[in-house]
Write a protein that binds this ligand. Sequence first.
Ligand code: HEC
Length: 267
Amino acid sequence: MKMKLPLFLGLLTVTFFQIASAHPLSNPALKSPESASSYRQYCSHCHSGSAPSAPRVGDTKDWSVRLLSGFDYLYHSAIYGIPNTAMLAKGGHPELSDDQIKDLVGYMLISSKVSSVTIEKALKYDGFLIADREFIHLDTNKNAFLEKKELQSENAFLKLFDEFDKNQDTRLSPAEFIDLRSSLELLRQTQNLTDEEIMNQVNATLANVKGMPPSGIRVNSKNGTLSIAGVVGSNTIIDQIWRSIRWIPGIKVIDNRLMTSEMLAFD
Ligand code: HEC
């Protein structure tokens, strides 16, 4: 049966409209002067200002890479903050609603001119419904699996990779990864080392981390709760410190209070 042209066009428009309205940046209000003004009020002093580690609004490349982790991932960062960085929950404005924050993120992405291809990829990644943020962060090729090459700098994970790749498809699903990490955590927590032994191991490990501040950082272990505190040069060093000590046996909990001088500046 032939379809009449107007009907066909009508169907096309409906489909197009549904697709266009489905993506989070299609809301015209995101381009309004009000959005620009709330951005200036709440977020711009870091994202267009003086926090060197904050992604600059307008930097298409930086925002595109971040958006590949999905809209949900970015909304979560903006609403709950990113630990040990100057990005506090809601940019330090708890009075803003979650929806206001999502709109501000949308405004930042539009102003950074992310492409529709990137938006499609982000929506696809959201569709995998992966909740584990470490998995998403490690999944650099965004195929919803972790291959060995994505875990190259994660020796502890690599060692147990084959054992936890239950269906032996040479990659870890989110569930397989979470099992692996939980098992490492259990292993770490069930070793009974004294606090002194834990601190000795931590200090010995830290001695090999590049970029440590000359005065060092404060390390203390109490009944297996390890706290580390101090001011270091960059977010990358905080990350390296945490990675180097995270699987030291005997540690029950890590209380990471490291900061960068940038965070102090915005306190
Ligand atoms: C005090 C400075 C500061 C303010 C104010 C601030 N941010 Fe940020 N923001 C940062 C820094 C620093 C990062 C980078 C953190 C990182 O990835 O290490 C960041 C990262 C982000 C990211 C990327 C998250 C990711 O997972 O890659 C989003 C989205 C974001 N901010 C949204 C906002 C919004 C929305 C506001 C306003 C409500 C805001 N920020 C206010 C400092 C700030």
